[in-house]
Design a protein around this ligand. Sequence first.
Ligand code: NAP
Length: 552
Amino acid sequence: MPHVITQSCCSDGSCVYACPVNCIHPSPDEPGFATAEMLFIDPVACVDCGACVSACPVGAISPDTKLEPEQLPFVELNAAFYPKREGKLPPTSKLAPVLEAPRVERGDGPLRVAIVGSGPAAMYAADELLTQQGVEVNVFEKLPTPYGLVRAGVAPDHQTTKRVTRLFDGTTRLPGFTFYLNVEVGNHVSHRELLEHHHAVLYAVGAPNDKRLDVEGMNLPGTGTATEIVAWFNGHPEFADLPVDLGSERVVVIGNGNVALDVARILTSDPDDLARTDIADHALAALRDSKVREVVIAARRGPADSAFTLPELIGLTATHEVVLDRADHELVQRDLAECTDPLTRNKLEILSKLGDADAPATRPRIRFAYRMTPQRVLGTDRVEGMAFTVTGGDDVRTLPAGLVLTSIGYRGRAIRDLPFDEETGVVPNESGRVVGAPGTYVAGWIKRGPTGFIGTNKSCAAQTVHELVADFNAGALRDPRGRPVHLDRLIRARQPELVDVAGWKAIDAAEVARGGDDRPRDKFTEISDMLAAAATAPKPSMRERLLAGLGL
Ligand code: NAP
């Protein structure tokens, strides 16, 4: 009964270190870890102890006998990562080499770090710093709710992936951790002030912008970006009022990465299924009235270059009707004949078994379309369709549509007072140390660009924290001015409505209660409602404030 890793694998590697026989790969020290689409369990070496199940933060691992029917392809997928061998291997006690935790070697007072942002890279960095005593971490987030793209980016029908927030909630309970939610760096407090009050400032602010598609008509009503739609259906307060017109039969999504798949899946799902998730109420209401019958995901390259990952393709085709037209089926066959890479072949084989776009649709469906280079948006007052040229040629294909969404990747935004590389959209850095800005560090997408999975940020953040701690040990960081209480007073004077860990817990509990028995939570989408819920939190006692060094 070997264990199997399934679709929601977050790749943070926790299972690798829990496994007593080192049968989960690639491990964080192996080549290929950074680019692997998921981790895989060796079915021959697995001793079925289940240690990985407890370690996995997103519930992605099950014994092969307990898989749901739609998860069965993952049995073969895990096995295919390893060479074929006969019989059971003898158990081995060799453990995966654990990356050494950064060790604070100075005994002259705590290392004080400000982290800006509260998504996965920020929370993994906080956790890595707080693995030892003598470290204080203040996490600043402009929204009253934490966890970045886990809350506002992971699609609502991927609830198991959102379980990683339990791990992050655990980090907020560690001694030395403080949340300053609803506090915007650059508005309520400046970079210079943060540097004055901490040894180091670590930015983990992600890549909040979209890459823009520079074609005619992209400003017409009825155009938008997939990332805006994702924020809209996830209840992000800045996108709750986004006008999303689902009144036409077809939506075109440009680009075929995992974000495109997320959007297409939600737009073609049965609203009764979505009603059991934490999707925003406004989005659920709009989807119940939707006239959309087909979402076309248009890629500029061919099937072998599809940007979506294999686990996501397996998950999508298990639950949704996905089709190709005849010309695209031919492209898949052509790519299959030439392709030698096993992972890509796996994707192509799944694509080759998809239904035909000519067949009548029985429910809202998704169509993959290939070799479609965006040319211009059609329409005068609003979107009427999209024109593409066939990639590498002059033929033009048009698709009538009422909504055209680009899903061509995220892009980092410049941070005031820090250098920024306009071409790559990242803050120039060496292993997380910001170039030319002593005491300043980056982790996550603003450090390495918008690629990878939630767990990829764990090793990324760990690398930055190693550099930061080394600089602290070497005496290269300026000591902070004043005590924690001075910073706390400064922030409270500038933002009396700041939300702390207790406030977040109150918001969380109120949302879960609103969700009732049928939904994991019903999110607040208005900041005022979040703040009202946070205000019901018990205030810290005199003793707690004194222990946290925050005075009375
Ligand atoms: P992505 O994977 O980088 O895909 C971007 C897509 O846009 C590609 O198909 C790309 O085509 C296309 N594109 C780029 N520029 C274009 C242009 N000018 N014209 C037409 N097409 C263009 O980006 P993403 O979907 O935003 O995902 C970002 C990261 O988050 C990825 O690492 C993804 O795996 C991850 N993510 C993971 C999950 C999950 O695990 N469930 C969910 C969401 C996101 P080319 O390939 O031809 O450049």
